[in-house]
Write a protein that binds this ligand. Structure first.
Ligand code: PMP
Length: 432
């Protein structure tokens, strides 16, 4: 074996051979080689509190996942064309976790694949191409999931470069969007009118696709009634409603297991990934029998490793742990405590414009001026860097990268929530 390269050599090697990876803390990145529960440990032995990893929802290195994956790897791991127990168990568990009539499951390896497949399912089932998406959204990197990714945070040309089958409506963001605060009730009727206008122009959409709780904007709830109004409009002309639960689903919101419950609706297609595998690549699309059958009659779907025995047992284990360890309830209680702590900071620190979110999907939006809501983009990056020094990992989100996205593993203990609030207080008090 080659000896391990020294730290500067390793960074240089990484820069030389890795193409196009999104970078964080790039000036002096800690080298993270271990994770445990809510902590990430670097090679100097320093542990930092991980406030950003919604992928590892049940905690880093959860022993139940390690044991289930190791056992299954030693028994069988193959492509999903065979008949084995794990895939049937996972599909049944997912179908049971979703309300009727969501009952048919397709398994893939990532959120991008899940969104891509959801779009293909909607297009095949309706025989149409057009899709309506919201601004300030991120849904993935594949051709179709990228097409509906409208956030300008990493792609300033996003809105001008969507393919012609993608139609973008306003970001239903009541803090920063076109309609703010009490005016936010306008987003729903306007988006519904845009969908009806497409139908009237002879281009009824195959689907409306959005996060049902606005994760990419920093955990902003959609205005009351928004999805009800928009889903009604898209269904009226035969289209389907797709809810991207990749970030916000599976109990993270505390009060709701699914983001769409907050809106009191049931979508026709749901996409899942990230926390479903606790970091292992697993994604899923769940839809109705009717949509699934229409899709099947139009073509075929096969993913070699989507639904493999190992990915299936990993996902089933994650779902069991979320239930057995009461992690949705923990998200509600610890998330509530965390939000109260952050709201208290907002009373003393004018840089905090708003604290968004529910449970353990929160967003602290930093502004230079509370009246104009001018985004404090540079300050947000500096706050993240300073927090790294103080032992906390957190990163920005939103079109202006001015929202601290707070979505830690759901096993976050109360004292860790308090530690985060104290460190943020320290940074906002002493500066960066
Ligand atoms: N949908 C949403 C809402 C996401 O946040 C992401 C990833 N940030 C994706 C889809 C894509 O998932 P993945 O990175 O697993 O491909």
């Amino acid at each position: 074996l080659e000896p391990l390269p020294s730290e500067p050599d390793l960074l240089a090697r990484r820069e030389r051979v890795l193409a196009g990876v999104q970078e964080h803390y790039w000036a002096v990145p800690p080298r993270i080689e271990r994770g445990w529960a809510v902590h990430l440990v670097d090679t100097t032995g320093r542990a930092r509190l991980d406030m950003v990893n919604n992928v590892t929802a049940i905690g880093h290195a959860h022993p139940a996942v390690t044991a289930a994956a190791a056992r299954q790897l030693a028994l069988l791991n193959t492509n999903s064309r065979f008949h084995y127990r794990a895939i049937a168990d996972l599909a049944a568990t997912l179908a049971a976790a979703l309300p009727e009539p969501l009952e048919r499951v397709l398994l893939v390896n990532s959120g991008s694949e899940a969104v891509d497949l959801a779009i293909r399912v909607a297009q095949a089932a309706t025989g149409r191409k057009d899709v309506v998406a919201v601004a300030e959204a991120y849904h993935g990197w594949t051709l179709a999931s990228d097409a509906v990714s409208t956030s300008v945070a990493d792609n300033p040309n996003a809105l001008g470069t969507r393919p012609d089958w993608v139609h973008v409506v306003d970001a239903p963001n009541d803090y920063r969007g076109r309609h703010r605060d009490a005016d936010a009730h306008r987003y729903g009727p306007e988006a519904a009118a845009a969908i009806r206008a497409l139908a009237a122009a002879g281009r009824p959409p195959a689907a409306f696709l959005a996060e049902p709780f606005f994760g990419n904007a920093g955990g902003v709830p959609l205005p009351d009634g928004y999805l009800e109004q928009v889903y009604a409009a898209v269904r009226e002309s035969g289209g389907v409603a797709i809810a991207d639960e990749v970030q916000v689903g599976l109990g993270r919101l505390g009060r709701w297991f699914w983001g769409f419950e907050q809106q009191g609706v049931v979508p026709d297609v749901v996409t899942l990934a990230k926390s479903l595998g606790n970091g292992f690549p697993v994604g899923a699309v769940i839809t109705t029998a009717d949509v699934a059958e229409r899709f099947a009659s139009e073509g075929s779907f096969f993913s070699s490793t989507g639904g493999s025995p190992v990915s299936s047992v990993v996902a089933s284990t994650v779902l069991r742990v979320i239930r057995e360890e009461g992690l949705q309830e923990r998200a509600r209680t610890v998330g509530g405590r965390l939000k109260r702590g952050l709201l208290a900071l907002a009373e003393r620190h004018p840089l905090i414009g708003a604290v968004h979110g529910e449970g353990l999907y929160l967003g602290v939006e930093l502004v230079r001026d509370r009246a104009t809501r001018e985004p404090a983009t540079a300050e947000t990056a500096l706050v993240c860097d300073r927090l790294l020094d103080l032992g906390v990992i957190v990163q920005p989100t939103g079109d202006f990268k001015n929202v601290l996205k707070i979505k830690p593993p759901l096993v976050l203990p109360e004292d860790a929530a308090d530690f985060f609030v104290a460190r943020l207080d320290e940074v906002l008090t002493t500066g960066w």
